[in-house]
Design a protein around this ligand. Structure first.
Ligand code: F0G
Length: 460
């Protein structure tokens, strides 16, 4: 495919459609108010463009749907399991493969075993469920990306990298025996969907070897990351994305994957490990809480679709379209003057709400204000990745804000066409026009963990 192509044509055609309801601004104002200004609590029928997540929201291919019909629903040793196991062994090079119902189930099992009081986990950035599963065991989760990557404007090729200097400092400071694992999130979701370089992963592997610390790869977007390595890192241009992903995954001691992303399925997860003793512990927990080792909470048809999805995701035309179509939205927003995390990441465009709504202080959640405006103006559902998601309180109850106040526009795989994206761009014209009138929000209800999912807010 030509890079110069002006229209980014989707490399697929549509065989089945799902109607979208067109609503009015008045209607959406009511819906949002009733949902406590939290779009997680809105019914999807009231959403026009759903950018809440790229997780489990993709469209499966005709081949995957045929796979659904071929699913073997046997309790033990199902054909579909054998198919999935074969594909995942080939991809990861790891001998022990455990299916789980989604990514966080794999996290709960693995971190439940590795974690515990006084343990620390160090990551480029722990995703929110990863952090929650780690903290739930009494352990501490520490994020260390490079300082220059924290600036949303810095144009660097691998802003997902872990800070190698801080990593060694932390290991020495806490003692290697207390570091339960180094978790590499690939691509780095919470810091902007930014890629991690092979060089950085190799360096982490070396550090893990010298201190005898396990390296976990949280690789739910491993194919998207491979595309960036191919196009940005010296020495990879001639390799296929699949070869690059395989090379990277072989660096880890364990791999956790929410298959709802690059697995191209609506539900599913994976946990793979190299060490036999660890695999036995994991399998025991899997059987207690998820299901037998050859289905782990998935039906045979789910596993069949996942085995096919993990192959399809490495189609070079698909990956080119995927990464370029995300960049299409991001580049056009930037050209309009919307501050976005730069460069554009793989699965989502992240808008810098602190900058866009600089009249709203961080303790009034500028990101959530943008989320609400996008819904009211265009029926667009997005998610705040800022102080509502990551904020904590000090002893006096004052907010300790997140580093950035971002809004994520996550793009489902193979779902929206360029005209949907152009519609979103039009809505941003309205947002830019009204940016100075927008006010902040206050929280009226919040749970102790992962508060952004169920919190309720009110306008200030
Ligand atoms: N790790 C990363 C990097 C993720 O992005 C996610 C999910 C998980 C783990 C957990 O997987 O949802 O299957 O249990 N991310 C979704 C998102 C929810 O919207 O980014 P899960």
């Amino acid at each position: 495919m030509s890079e110069k192509m002006k229209t980014l044509t989707e490399p697929f055609k549509i065989k089945m459609v799902e109607p979208l309801k067109v609503t009015t601004e008045e209607y959406r104002k009511d819906v949002l108010k009733n949902a406590g200004y939290n779009p997680f609590l809105i019914s999807s029928k009231d959403v026009f463009i759903d950018f809440l997540t790229d997780s489990g929201t993709g469209a499966m291919s005709d081949k995957q749907w045929s796979g659904i019909m071929m699913g073997d629903e046997s309790y033990a040793g199902a054909r579909s399991w054998e198919h999935l196991e074969r594909v995942v062994k080939d991809l990861t090079g790891m001998p022990y493969i455990l299916p789980t119902h989604q990514g966080r189930a794999a996290e709960r099992i693995l971190y439940g075993i590795l974690g515990g009081k006084d343990k620390i986990f160090i990551s480029n950035t722990h995703f929110d469920t990863t952090r929650a599963n780690i903290e739930y065991t009494g352990a501490t989760a520490i994020d260390i990306i490079y300082d220059e990557a924290k600036n949303p404007e810095n144009d660097l090729p691998f802003k997902g990298n872990i800070d190698l200097v801080k990593l060694e400092q932390l290991i020495k400071e806490h003692g290697k025996e207390n570091v339960a694992a180094i978790v590499m999130t690939v691509t780095n979701n919470s810091s902007g969907g930014q890629p991690v370089s092979m060089e950085n992963m190799l360096a982490v592997r070396k550090i893990c070897n010298s201190y005898h610390i396990p390296m976990v790869i949280d690789g739910c977007r491993i194919a998207e990351n491979a595309y960036f390595v191919k196009h940005r890192e010296v020495g990879f241009a001639k390799k296929s994305c699949e070869e690059i992903a395989k090379q990277m995954l072989r660096l880890g001691d364990a791999f956790v994957m929410s298959a709802k992303k690059d697995g191209m399925v609506n539900m599913g997860g994976l946990l793979t490990v190299k060490d036999e003793a660890l695999s036995v512990k994991c399998k025991n927990l899997l059987i207690i809480s998820e299901g037998f080792t050859t289905y782990g909470g998935l039906s045979g048809r789910d596993m069949e679709a996942l085995a096919i999805g993990l192959t399809e995701v490495f189609d070079e035309d698909y990956l080119h379209y995927r990464i370029r179509s995300t960049a299409y939205l991001g580049e056009k927003l930037k050209a309009k003057g919307v501050p976005v995390v730069w460069p554009i990441g793989g699965h989502a465009v992240y808008v810098d709400a602190k900058k866009l709504y600089n009249q709203i202080p961080v303790n009034e959640y500028p990101g959530q204000a943008l989320v609400c405006d996008l819904y009211i103006k265009g029926g667009i559902r997005a998610v705040e990745i800022g102080s509502l998601m990551f904020g904590k309180y000090d002893e006096k109850g004052a907010l300790i804000p997140a580093t950035n106040e971002l809004v994520r526009l996550a793009i489902p795989r193979r779902v929206y066409t360029q005209s949907h994206i152009d519609y979103v761009l039009d809505i941003f014209d309205d947002i830019l026009e009204l940016r100075n009138q927008t006010k902040g929000y206050k929280i009226t209800y919040e749970p102790p963990f992962l508060r952004h999912f169920t919190a309720r807010l009110d306008k200030i």
